[in-house]
Ligand binder design. Structure first.
Ligand code: GLV
Length: 388
């Protein structure tokens, strides 16, 4: 096998090893995918200031996110169906994250359940909540996350309704996959994946199936979300969820300074500047462009995190320079997972950590506390902030 040196290598390997339906679920955005691609390209367009002859000994990327020690300002983002990229995917990714010293966020739409991940890990992980119409179920989910000792709740606010992803519809995305001729032919060319899936009992939405009456066949993801997710979700809901949860609360999906202010008023501990990886509002601003405006609006009063387009340590550093106290990787870890399971997630984290450490050093900084907008070339930053 070729030596894996960057996230793109993991993506290429994952594309070969994961059935098309699940690979494309990860590697796609809504409609024209303009926001999905802008998340990456806007990060790349930001230029860094090289500094030299600075003592670079004693470097550290360690910091905190919502008061929790992290080896670098990178958490594993909640992503649906991680357990379909690789058998037992959420358990493997959670283990890789805990060994590395970064938070793992389990999605409501995971394959492995909250209890299952808790039983196979040592340290607390974070739980991401989607609000569904069945509020009793949501209350039970919150209680289950508490019982599993989850150390933060990430409440997603930007998916009351689902953006159209052409490829998911064309592939009839479902979990487990329907055994149509096309799917069978495609899966036959991924024997490693098939073997893993044949060996695990974890093939359905573990937090949902068996916990909600009448749900044992969820149809396609798009149909199920349209039926179950609550389109009425509003700021009052954030209040009761905060009260019921009682712990650290992170609000995900903020792109607008007015919403950031409402998030601050709600008493949340942090917001995640996010357009859901370009999977919801196609045409929304990239996350990195939205970040400075949100930091200016609320960053002195609450932590601002960011996701969307983070494929390298350079990207993490740019987000930190623009005021993010933490970032999240979704596709970057999913590619590692699909490519090589737990080892692949570890590799993704090592790659990003190494890039972050060295790039921070090339900018003449040894600690993240020394990283701010001054490490960015003024021209580039002015262009980003003017539109952000
Ligand atoms: C969320 O579950 C998504 O598919 O983006």
């Amino acid at each position: 096998m070729t030596v894996i040196t960057n996230i793109e290598d993991l993506r290429v390997l994952a594309k070969r090893r994961v059935p098309r339906m699940f690979y494309e679920y990860a590697d796609s955005g809504s409609w024209t995918e303009s926001t999905y691609h802008a998340n990456e390209s806007d990060l790349q367009n930001i230029k860094l200031r090289q500094r030299v002859a600075v003592n670079l000994e004693g470097r550290s990327t360690a910091t905190q996110m919502v008061g929790i020690d992290v080896a670098m300002p990178v958490a594993i983002a909640p992503t649906g169906l991680a357990g379909m990229q690789h058998a037992d995917g959420e358990i493997l990714a959670a283990r890789a994250a805990e060994r590395f010293g970064v938070p793992f966020t389990l999605s409501t739409m995971s394959i492995c359940s909250i209890e299952d991940v808790a039983a196979h890990t040592q340290k607390p992980f974070w739980f991401q909540l989607y609000v569904m119409r069945d509020r009793d179920f949501i209350e039970r989910l919150i209680d289950r996350a508490k019982a599993a000792n989850c150390s933060a709740l990430v409440l997603t606010l930007d998916l009351q309704i689902i953006g159209q992803r052409h490829r998911d519809l064309k592939n009839g995305l479902s979990a487990p996959p329907r055994l149509t001729l096309a799917n069978l032919v495609n899966m036959a060319s991924r024997p490693r994946w098939c073997l893993g899936m044949a060996r695990t009992p974890r093939r359905q939405f573990g937090n949902i199936v068996g916990h909600v009456k009448g749900i044992d066949d969820m149809g396609t993801l798009a149909q199920w979300t349209a039926q179950q997710f609550d389109p009425r979700l509003n700021w009052d809901d954030v209040q009761w969820i905060k009260q019921r949860w009682g712990g650290k609360l992170i609000l995900k999906g903020i792109q607008d300074a007015e919403d950031a202010q409402l998030a601050l008023d709600s008493g949340a501990d942090a917001v995640i500047v996010s357009n859901h990886g370009g999977r919801q509002l196609d045409g929304a601003e990239s996350s990195i462009r939205a970040l400075p405006g949100i930091v200016d609006a609320v960053g002195s009063k609450m932590e601002v995190h960011m996701d969307g387009g983070i494929r390298s340590g350079q990207d993490v550093l740019k987000a930190v320079a623009l005021g993010a106290k933490g970032t999240y990787i979704g596709r970057s870890f999913l590619y590692g997972l699909g490519a090589m399971g737990e080892q692949g997630v570890t590799r993704a984290l090592e790659i990003i950590h190494n890039e972050l450490d060295l790039t921070m050093a090339f900018c003449g900084r040894t600690q993240l506390a020394q990283v701010d907008r001054s490490i960015l070339l003024p021209g580039t930053f002015a262009e980003v902030s003017a539109q952000g």
